[in-house]
Design a protein around this ligand. Structure first.
Ligand code: KIV
Length: 402
């Protein structure tokens, strides 16, 4: 979508403009791809992204940081950046803040909160060439002075303040005005009274446009959700569920599976390293424990298993002794867990021999079996295993020095 000019936006009075907040690269990209008309990097980010309980602590630096990210996600969108609390208390300060948001961060317009009292600041900004969106009704930066986050424009004085504010903002040069948390009738009155677009939030259906906070719309914010918000999806629940499944799969060993791993042609490794019962030079510097297991693996003829496992670790793995050792330990533990299990199950020596024969070829495939691996890790301590292993190998004629 082509980015509108400020003049074009003013002329959209009477059209239904869809505006949504976004505070970072991925959300701005999603929001732009979905085709909203305007993106607001609101200082609501203080609450929904930074975890503050109001917008007051948000700084110009915060806004620049997030506006830049949003701009990268939506390079062609009309991007409005909020001027945070006390960043436009004087004309000079307002110009400096706006310069940072537009020149450093890439905003197309800024938004300021307040009515008649901020009109001189707006005028100075507009005169300097800064497009300004106004904001009246509930103004979150000064919510405390307004009695909290509550409906505004209920009594005559409050209605007058809001109408006068909107009129003053138009006069000062705003291209549009946000109306927040006001009765629908009042929003209609203001919309009919001024010649620039009104953009409502909790202000009923008569405004020229609507804005909501992204996190409210998609169900990402677990704090207070106002009643005027419509939640279109429960992304928070979907994310929680996805993360839980990921963590479960990591713990069970189901992730990463073969599809998420890389391998190298076994022949390449064989050419480089021979059989992976390692050549002496590759054993240099390996810890004693790893050397012990390497010798064990040589003796029980596990070259094939080693080769495949090391191939799975990638080409550099041979030089990463810690990882290599862990992998070897894993293999040996697993194999002997299997044999032990089979022996215990069948009880008799004769049958145990049969079991060994039966289980050995299955070793490679079963290495990936998450439950067995898990149980194997849980049950076998290295020392215990080592003792059993040595006994076992000696019985099978292994050299005494093992
Ligand atoms: O900060 C913000 O997100 C806003 C909108 C709620 C209008 O000001």
């Amino acid at each position: 979508m082509k980015k509108p000019t400020v003049l074009a936006l003013k002329r959209k009075k009477g059209e239904h403009l869809a505006m949504l907040t976004a505070y970072d690269f991925p959300t701005a990209r999603l929001v732009a791809e979905a085709g909203v008309d305007l993106i607001l990097v609101g200082d609501s980010l203080g609450m929904v992204v930074l975890g503050y309980d109001s917008t007051v602590p948000v700084t110009v630096d915060d806004m620049v940081h997030h506006t830049r990210a949003a701009r990268r996600g939506a390079p062609d969108a009309f991007l409005i950046a909020d001027m945070p609390f006390l960043s436009y208390a004087s004309v000079e300060q307002a110009l400096q803040s706006a310069a940072r948001l537009m020149k450093d961060a890439g905003a197309d317009s800024v938004k300021v909160e307040g009515g008649v009292e901020v009109a001189p600041i707006v005028e100075a900004l507009v005169t300097a060439g800064v497009p300004v969106l106004g904001h009246v009704g509930l103004t979150p930066q000064t919510a405390s002075a307004l009695g909290g986050y509550r409906l505004q424009g209920k009594d005559e004085a409050s209605v007058r303040r809001i109408v006068d504010g909107a009129v003053a903002l138009e006069k000062a040069g705003c291209w549009g005005v946000v109306l927040e948390l006001v009765p629908a009738e009042l929003a209609k009155l203001v919309t009919n009274r001024i010649g620039i677009p009104t953009i409502g939030i909790g202000a009923g259906a008569h405004c020229d446009g609507q804005v909501l906070v992204f996190h409210d719309v998609v169900g990402l914010f677990s704090g207070f959700t106002p009643t005027f918000v419509k939640r279109y999806t429960e992304a928070g629940e979907a994310i929680r569920d996805a993360v839980k499944r990921y963590a479960d799969e990591v713990r069970s060993g189901a992730f990463p599976a073969r599809e998420q791993s890389f391998s190298i042609d076994a022949e390449v490794l064989r050419r480089l390293y021979g059989t992976l019962s390692l050549r002496p030079r590759h054993r240099d510097g390996l810890p004693d424990e790893a050397l012990f297991f390497l010798r064990v693996l040589d003796l029980v003829g596990e070259q094939e298993v080693e080769l495949r496992q090391i191939a799975r670790l990638g080409g550099g793995a041979l030089h990463h002794h810690a990882r290599y050792r862990a992998e070897l330990l894993r293999q040996v533990r697993f194999r002997f867990f299997e044999l032990r299990g089979a022996e215990a199950q069948l009880g008799r020596r004769r049958r145990a021999r049969r079991a060994r024969r039966r289980y050995r070829p299955a070793g490679i495939a079963r290495l990936r079996h998450p439950e067995l691996l898990h149980e194997c890790r849980a049950q076998l301590r290295v020392g215990y295993l080592r003792g059993n292993l040595v006994d076992h190998l000696r019985k099978r004629g292994a050299p005494a020095q093992l």
